[in-house]
Design a binder for this molecule. Structure first.
Ligand code: HEC
Length: 220
């Protein structure tokens, strides 16, 4: 029995009232137990369901993200960046779209149909200059051409402006790729490298005539 304690007449043992030796050993025992890692077990343990759910959610999110932002797997969205004035090293554009955009500069003469205007501006549709030798075609765009020129059997004699200052190699390549594959034309695309090579050779010269152009095209 407990000796009479005026604050605890029933003599109930409170936790803190354990004898100090016992208290210490309890603490020691628990610290030791908590320091130990879980015992490794033999064999495979099942993948936690929570982990599987997280994986599943990430996969769904990835699919949703690609579906939303892939732009139908084309470079089309970049053309909007371009017209919005965004410059710098963006991914390569779809040359047909860029070319179509640049072709707006050609329509006043060659027309949206690529048919030109009888007696004034030659057609690009069905033209051997357009679908033929890339080097000659790039040369026409870079320096322009004037004097007599026979296109699709009709003779023209006017001035085609030079475009070397208006557009860089990639842009000229794009508009050439566009005219080579529009209005019923079908020909290999033109690369910026091809235009660059021609610009290096003749970029400092003036407008072509049929004769100087033919001479240039002949010497490879
Ligand atoms: C100001 C009017 C004008 C504009 C704008 C113009 N051209 Fe021409 N283009 C001509 C004329 C005129 C000729 C024929 C030149 C001659 O008679 O010697 C010609 C000839 C050509 C030829 C060779 C002949 C043929 O019909 O195949 C090509 C290719 C050509 N132009 C492409 C273009 C492209 C691409 C653009 C736009 C970047 C363009 N032109 C813009 C007037 C123009």
């Amino acid at each position: 029995m407990n000796p009479a304690n005026p604050e605890n007449p029933e003599g109930i043992r409170m936790g803190t009232e354990r004898p100090p030796e016992l208290q210490d050993s309890i603490i020691q025992m628990h610290t030791a137990a908590m320091r130990e890692m879980e015992e490794p077990r033999d064999g495979l343990s099942p993948t936690p369901v929570a982990f599987l759910i997280v994986c599943f959610l990430f996969t769904m999110w990835g699919g949703y993200y690609m579906g939303t932002y892939a732009g139908d797997w084309t470079g089309n969205g970049l053309s909007e960046l371009r017209t919005a004035g965004v410059t710098g090293p963006v991914a390569p554009q779809n040359p047909m779209l860029l070319g179509q955009e640049i072709y707006n500069a050609c329509t006043q003469c060659h027309q949206g149909s690529g048919m030109g205007l009888a007696g004034q501006f030659p057609p690009l549709a069905g033209s051997e200059y357009v679908t033929g030798d890339v080097r000659r075609l790039a040369a026409i765009l870079i320096n322009g051409i004037n004097g007599e020129l026979v296109v699709n059997g009709a003779t023209y004699n006017a001035q085609m402006p030079a475009w070397k200052d208006a557009y860089n190699d990639e842009e000229i390549a794009a508009v050439l790729t566009y005219v080579r594959n529009s209005f019923g034309n079908k020909a290999e695309p033109v690369t910026g490298k091809q235009v660059e090579a021609v610009r290096k050779e003749v970029g400092t010269q003036g407008s072509w005539t049929l004769q100087s152009l033919t001479e240039y095209a002949a010497k490879k």
